[in-house]
Design a protein around this ligand. Structure first.
Ligand code: KG4
Ligand code: ZN
Length: 370
């Protein structure tokens, strides 16, 4: 049995393999304030872990190990999790397994489906955007990542700029969920946002320029409608639909190129090659459909964990611990000092090789009925 700990920016979550106990503390501050996040972690960590152990009836001495995220992430939050864990494993003399946040996202799918290595993985959330080949529990090839912001962050910022919290159907939704909901009744053709990086034949992502284009359009529409920023535009559904479509097209194109790169270099098995998509943005049905067009065109099998495992969760950290424990990789005795790493790339960086291959994409029509 493994205790998994994830100290991340938005919420505090802990998991023990029999019982899931979550304590969500969303920071409604319009952004993450590191010191506030740190304080929330500090206030919650002790009794949440205690409660998880009590509910599952597991004595700390019976834990096989404690797995904790130590990279990458917000230093102040990672620090609280690591400090607590090191004290805990020393007190109970348990092994410690430091975890890479993105590695955990990439492997979660194997808890639910028997997906063999290697497979291609696309991770898209509010904090990340990357394409990688998972070749083993601790063996990844990084094919592409965001050069600026993550897609969920972009959707959250567009939703905020559109004041979607004031929309009666969206007040309790995340930015991404609000955009998906409104897009269902929108005309994506009404606004033509350019798909980012069309002239850059690699697998990296960029969303900041797109957000700028969308903001310019919103400002223009506000002027046309004679309304102030902070008031809902009459065309929010259409802006949401065009935004969602452009994000989906960008993700689909970069993924398409990653698949072709993998095929050209024999990086995926010839029989049932798989694309795994995870992260909060992966729960978007329109984006999933766009990726399905690509996997059907290229003969890959698409797998996506259910939303509760796609978004940040403590279970994935514990699962990563299980995978490492099974293979005997990265298991430390309790007295070894570990440092957290706010910045930590995933695996071997292949982005330059992907760029050098300059793979041109065949034209694929991403036609999705919402
Ligand atoms: O993985 P996650 O829970 O946390 C991190 O950011 O690491 O992802 C949260 C992100 C938010 O930006 C949210 O707007 C986005 O996922 N999201 C969605 C949807 N549901 C959540 N984006 C698009 N469509 C959705 N249905
Ligand atoms: Zn995450």
């Amino acid at each position: 049995m493994i205790l998994g700990l994830l100290c991340w920016t938005r919420e505090v979550q802990y998991w023990e393999s029999l019982y899931i106990h979550r304590r969500k503390v969303h920071l409604r501050t319009g952004g993450i304030i590191p010191t506030v996040a740190q304080q929330l972690h500090r206030e919650n960590i002790e009794h949440v872990v205690q409660e998880a152990l009590e509910r599952s009836g597991v004595d700390p001495s019976h834990l096989s190990a404690v797995a904790t995220t130590v990279k990458p992430g917000l230093a102040l939050s990672l620090g609280i999790g690591l400090e607590f864990s090191q004290r805990f494993v020393r007190q109970h003399n348990r092994p410690f397994i430091p975890i890479h946040h993105m590695e955990a996202h990439a492997l979660t799918v194997r808890m639910l489906h028997p997906v063999a290595f290697p497979f291609l993985v696309l991770l898209i959330s509010g904090g990340h955007s990357l394409l990688a080949v998972a070749r083993g529990v601790d063996d990844f090839l990084l094919l592409g990542q965001s050069l600026d912001e993550a897609p969920g962050d972009t959707l959250d910022k567009v939703a905020r700029r559109l004041s979607l919290r004031k929309h009666p159907q969206c007040s309790t939704l995340s930015g991404g969920q609000a955009i998906e909901l409104l897009a269902k009744n929108g005309d994506k053709k009404r606004f033509n946002f350019r798909t980012p990086m069309g002239q850059t034949p690699d697998c990296c992502f960029s969303f900041a320029g797109l957000r700028n284009d969308i903001t310019i359009t919103i400002t223009k529409k506000e002027k046309e409608e004679g309304i102030e920023q902070g008031t809902l535009l009459s065309c929010v559904n259409d802006i949401a639909a065009a935004t969602q479509h452009t994000v989906a097209a960008h993700l689909a194109k970069r993924t398409h190129r990653a698949i072709l790169f993998c095929k050209a270099n024999g990086l995926l098995p010839s029989s049932s090659p798989t694309l795994v998509v995870s992260g909060g943005v992966a729960s978007n049905q329109y984006i999933r459909k766009a990726l399905t067009v690509i996997t059907e065109t290229t003969g890959l099998h698409l797998l996506c964990p259910p939303a509760k495992f796609c978004t940040d969760n403590g279970v994935m950290i514990a699962w990563n611990g299980v995978e490492r424990l099974r293979e005997g990789k990265g298991i430390l005795s309790p007295n070894i000092d570990v440092r957290y790493e706010p910045k930590a790339p995933l695996g071997v960086d292949m982005t330059a090789e992907v760029r050098a291959a300059a793979i041109r994409l065949p034209s694929v029509r991403i036609k999705i009925s919402s």
